[in-house]
Design a protein around this ligand. Structure first.
Ligand code: KG4
Ligand code: ZN
Length: 336
């Protein structure tokens, strides 16, 4: 199948043309960071207005770069949720209009399912089921048991902040610009990850849940101490990052021992983190489990992953272009 993907759930206006859920013929993403940076976070109203201004050209661009026309497509795949409602509405309305006018099937994709299938784009890697996905983004941190393209079960999640949110908030405490994840990643390279022992959350009993707000708060209090004022921000960034990575890999390891998974994948914006990638690969090697990480361009929000998920999920996510509605709280599984 040749699908046009549209993704506007947050602040990236993204479009792509993907063949058979595996090959991105184009992948266009117009980053809005410059419009949000001075506010220190994403302003929903600005995001939706920017999507409106950028999306038509982004669709055209994706088609041209892929050297295809609307007539060549087998369908349109769009993120239906979860996300910012004003942002989702722009993508969903555009996808409905294109599908209706071009008489093409429309597929409504869960944004998180998109992230989970991102490692299989342009990688030559095929999913083997069941696999375990560590999904870490600005809005979510979850471990998901993927038993099939339409059988995805959450086995653990964060009790408070998402990992990416903790990166962004901690970056702000350190005076770094938004989005903070890549900034901390860069700064941490010059720091000592063992300089400060920030807390590593562990739920009581068998629960695999994660928590990241305590690490962020510990950084805040540490910065107010004499020791904190005397410690380099590079050491603080590296120590914070090490604490987040430790929690993620610990929960991944525990989850992986509870079922016979064939492989593990890392996905979502935080999957771009260099320390997490290194720890994830080392863990997989030590456990003797196959692993996959998306290309950098498919870690953060993109439309290729939306087309890739739609291709694998097929008829079950097909919907009527006259009635599809954006759903900011779309449940993780939309198939029950
Ligand atoms: O998946 P994504 O693009 O959007 C959501 O669906 O949330 O993830 C964005 C998040 C942001 O919190 C950003 O700071 C984080 O991913 N991020 C990183 C890195 N690159 C992006 N976090 C840590 N290290 C990175 N290199
Ligand atoms: Zn995302």
């Amino acid at each position: 199948m040749l699908l046009l993907g549209i993704e506007t759930s947050c602040d990236d206006t993204a479009t792509a043309v993907v063949r058979d859920g595996r090959t991105a013929l184009s992948n266009v993403s117009t980053n809005q960071d410059a419009f949000h940076a001075k506010f220190g976070g994403i302003v929903p109203e600005i995001a939706s207005r920017q999507h409106l201004a950028l999306l038509s050209a982004a669709v055209q661009d994706a088609l041209e770069r892929a050297n295809v026309t609307l007539a060549d497509l087998d369908g349109i795949a769009v993120t239906a949720g979860p996300g910012l409602v004003g942002s989702l509405v722009v993508g969903v309305a555009s996808a409905k209009a294109i599908a209706y006018a071009a008489r093409k099937p429309l597929y409504a994709v869960n944004h998180l399912h998109g992230h989970i299938f991102a490692p299989f784009i342009d990688s030559g890697i095929e999913p083997t089921y069941p696999f375990l996905a560590l999904l870490v983004s600005g809005g979510h941190s979850q471990l998901v048991a993927v038993h099939g393209p339409t059988d995805l079960r959450i086995v653990a999640k964060t009790r408070d902040d998402a990992a990416g949110e903790a990166f962004d908030k901690t970056a702000r405490l350190l005076g770094l610009p938004f989005p903070g994840g890549p900034e901390i990643d860069r700064l941490a390279r010059a720091g000592d990850p063992k300089a400060i022992a920030f807390p590593r959350y562990r739920a009581t009993g068998d629960a695999l849940d994660m928590s990241f707000s305590g690490i962020k708060t510990a950084v805040k209090y540490f910065l107010d101490t004499d020791a904190g004022r005397a410690t380099s921000h590079a050491d603080i960034a590296a120590s914070f990052q090490a604490a987040v990575v430790d929690v993620l890999v610990d929960r991944l390891d525990r989850a992986s021992r509870r079922a016979p998974y064939t492989a593990a994948v890392l996905s979502g914006g935080v999957a771009a983190n260099s320390a997490l990638q290194t720890a994830f690969r080392a863990w997989a090697e030590q456990r003797g489990i196959a692993c996959a990480i998306p290309h950098m361009r498919f870690c953060t929000d993109n439309a290729a992953m939306i087309a890739a998920a739609a291709d694998r999920q097929g008829e079950i996510v097909r919907c009527d272009p006259r009635t599809l509605a954006a759903n900011p709280a779309l449940p993780f599984s939309t198939f029950t």
